[in-house]
Every structure is written in structure tokens, then in C-alpha cells.
Design a protein around this ligand. Sequence first.
Ligand code: MET
Ligand SMILES: [Zn+2]
Ligand SMILES: [Zn+2]
Length: 412
Amino acid sequence: DDGEAIVSRFQEYLRIDTVQPKPDYYKAVDFLNSQAKSLSLESQTNEFVKGKPHLLLKWVGSDPTLPAILLNSHTDVVPFEESKWTHHPLHAHMDNQGDIYARGSQDMKCVGMQYLEAIRKLQASGFHPVRSVYLSFVPDEEIGGHDGAEKFVESHLFKSLNVGIVLDEGLPSPSKSYRVFYGERSPWWLVIKAKGPPGHGAKLYDNSAIENLLKSIESIRLFRASQFDLLKAGGTAEGDVVSVNMAFLKAGTPSPTGFVMNLQPSEAEAGFDIRIPPSVDSEALERRLVEEWAPAARNMSVEFKQKHSGEPLLTAADDSNPWWRLLENAVKEAGGKTSKPEIFPASTDARYFRMAGVPAFGFSPISNTPSLLHDHNEYLSRAEYLKGIDVYVSIIKAYASYEIKSDSRDEL
Ligand code: MET
Ligand SMILES: [Zn+2]
Ligand SMILES: [Zn+2]
């Protein structure tokens, strides 16, 4: 198979509109199933939630008693501001440098297709897996994974698969070594609301909704700056500080011509995206949230839109875990290099697999590329995409032929 056909299959997947909040999941699953068919993989689609299909493919290994490998990817992508892109984010245009522009080119349609292409190459080379290799295509990762990976992991089906190791998404690396993630920060999406007496726009008085919300915003900004300073000073990794970013601000009394200017509104709210490292005491942070950032005494309240709780779990990324050693070596054998394992700064479905006691690594075989997840002009070069397939060839080969029975799952 030549590079041109491989790249056009990638472009075809990128062109399927799986943009939240209305992803065309059926079209994606149909396309992926046609790929699976050409590879003679077993296939099943389950709707753990109606309208949100989960696709599970299987490359059957010769020893069903050994725990299987699970290669996970999500089929949905985040929205975009079309007018701010140089090429339409759903056209998957390749420019004359070989850069393919599309939403999902890094996050993470690349990975899902690279798994399939690696299997195609392995089959052509005559390789037969000892362990079974599953490919899982989950919906809804970008909105929390509750109707996707979370339901899949809770299912009888998942338990029956006897998965020993999961690979899921990572991040592009600007340098030539690949980044690998063994844990991640926990996501909190919350809305802080303030209420207060309305009043004439010319009147100075205490406890208006906007004044009270601004006090909180000031306090949150100081905390944000203190965390950011740790990062700027060096020596602390992105995954080891708390990030806080405002997602929206909402207040005002609408009028047909905009907003009423001489009326102080009785309600105001602000939305925040907060990510908490495994090393940080999230209960202490929650107390701070309730006492300082949304105190009832200032007529404020907080509503969580997303809150991952429970012990943040880490997958051993050292010689105690054979899957780590195999990964490191396999990347090396493909001519690459992994950098020091990190905490993923955002969130992925890997947390659900770790919660089920299965080790999971976050890894996207993308080097020499700026990280443009959720950004304008997300792109991936053709060369990097093709190189990544060879990295997966090496990893899948090593993982699927690893025959030692007692794996790190027993220790986790
Ligand atoms: C809140 S679930 C995570 C969604 C997405 N992967 C993010 O990190 O923003
Ligand atoms: Zn992703
Ligand atoms: Zn994402």
C-alpha cells in the first residue's frame, strides 16, 4: 500500500462531521467498519446510550488466556471557529508542504486511523498476534466520556475482554522525542453564580450580583497567577500545577438593542475550567471554592457541570511495569525516543480504564509538531502521520507478542 492511499483514508475520516454537540457517529462507525472489513477484524457496535454507538474491533490472538491489548480512540471532535482557519476544518486540505489541516488531525482521528493502518501493515508482513488486539472507538470524550468510555468500562462486555493494557491519546511533542503520559489531571467544569438586588445604574450600593462575582474573579485570578508563577519559574511540570481558566462570563439584562445600560442586573455568572493534578488535595481546593470563591454569605453558589472525583490513579511508568519497558523499547526500535513520562495536563478517557484497574498510557506518535488541540489551524504533516504508523507497528508487534502471563495488572 502506498502513502497516497493511506493519507486519503485519513482525510476521509477527518471529513466526517463528528463535531460536538451533534456528531454524526453513525457515519464515522460505518467508515471505520468498512476499514475493519478490509482487515478481516471482528466487529461489534453497541449503543450503551441510544444514538451514541461504540465500535469494538478485534484482531484475534492465538492465546486467548493472555490478557488483551486495547487501543482506544474517541470519534468526536471539539467545535471550531471556521472563519479563523486558513483552510476549512472539515476539508482536511493538504497544503504543498504536506500539512493536513483538520479538526481532529491531532485530537485524535490520527491515532484511531494509525492503529488501523498499523494493523494493515502487520498483516501484510505476515505477523500474527499472540494476544488479542482490540480497537475501541468511543463517542463523547470531548464532553466528559460519560456516555462513551465510562459506560463501556462499566459494561459486562468490557470485563469479558480481559484487557491487560490500554493505549489512549497523548499530546504532540514540539521536539523530536515523543511524550508519554501515565496519569492525568482531574477536570472540574463549574459555574459560579451570584445574585443580588437590582438597582438604578447610577446608584452605588453593596452586594450587587456583578460586584460580588467580580470579587470572586479577582480572588480566582490571584490563585491562577500563583499556579502559573510556579510553572514560569521552571522546575514544575504543567501536569503538577492547578490550571484555572474562565470559559464564559454572563450577566446583564437583555433588551432588543443589546443590554439595558442603566439597570444593575440581579444575576451574574462565570464558568471555569479547572484541572487538578493527582498531587493536589482536591478536597482542600473544594473548600476554598465554597468558602472564598462562591461564599453563600455573598449570595453566591456553585454548580458543577463536570467533576471527576475519586483517587487519581497512576500507571507505573518504570521497570516494574513490563508494558512500560515494552513501549519504550518499541518506540526506540522504530527509530524514535520517548521523553520522561508525564501527567497529562488535560483529561482523557484513560482515567476510566485506570479506575477499572487496568494500566493505561497516553501516547500520540506525533513529534516535531506544535500542540494545536482545540486550537485554530490544527494540522498534522503527512510525514509525521506516516511515521506514527510505523511507531504503532512496532508497539503493537511488541505488545501482541508479549507472552509473559503475570502482567502489571496484578500489581496495580
Ligand atoms: C472533561 S472531560 C475532558 C474533555 C477533553 N478531553 C478535555 O480535556 O478538555
Ligand atoms: Zn482527545
Ligand atoms: Zn480534545
